[in-house]
Design a protein around this ligand. Structure first.
Ligand SMILES: [Zn+2]
Ligand SMILES: [Zn+2]
Length: 165
């Protein structure tokens, strides 16, 4: 979405609000974006400093990193940037600002980048997901399997060696 800042630049208003849907980013790894991204927020002018604040909701599906159950969820992102005219910043490479072009600012490109950068790498179906048994593959959330557990805790191994001396 390209937002025209004309009304702010000419002093007609101090605030422009927006609410729209935009295409989701490309799928990556095991993350599938299932629907359009909802974006809402505003651009405000505070004594000449123009800034953008928005919230984005990104619906996606993936699998639990421990038990591989399908997860359908929504990732929420808060996004804040200053907005500057071209050639007014000492360093235009800074990520803190969006640069205006022809009195407009493009939101979707930087937002898409921010979503990909901040998206978590792994998800769990629940915080204490027990995962699958490494031996039989049974879902341990649904009960213990019959495998003989031979747990070797590396810390205990070291302790045992010390005690054996
Ligand atoms: Zn799980
Ligand atoms: Zn098992």
């Amino acid at each position: 979405m390209l937002i025209n800042l004309g009304p702010i630049l000419c002093g007609e208003t101090d605030k422009i609000s927006f609410d729209y849907k935009t295409d989701s980013p490309e799928d990556f790894d095991d993350i599938h974006f299932t629907d359009a991204v909802s974006v809402s927020g505003n651009i405000v002018n505070m004594a000449g400093y123009i800034s953008l604040t928005l919230k984005a909701s990104v619906p996606f599906s993936t699998h639990c990193a421990r038990c591989w159950k399908e997860i359908n969820s929504v990732f929420n992102l808060d996004f804040c940037k200053g907005i500057a005219a071209k050639n007014t910043l000492q360093n235009e490479d800074t990520d803190d600002y969006l640069i205006m072009k022809n009195d407009s600012v493009d939101i979707d490109t930087p937002l898409g980048e921010a979503i990909l950068l901040s998206f978590p790498i792994t998800f769990l179906c629940k915080e204490d997901c027990k995962g699958l048994c490494p031996m039989c593959g049974e879902d341990l959330n649904e009960g213990e399997c019959n495998c003989v557990k031979k747990e070797i805790d590396p810390r205990l191994e070291i302790l045992k060696k010390l005690l054996d001396k």
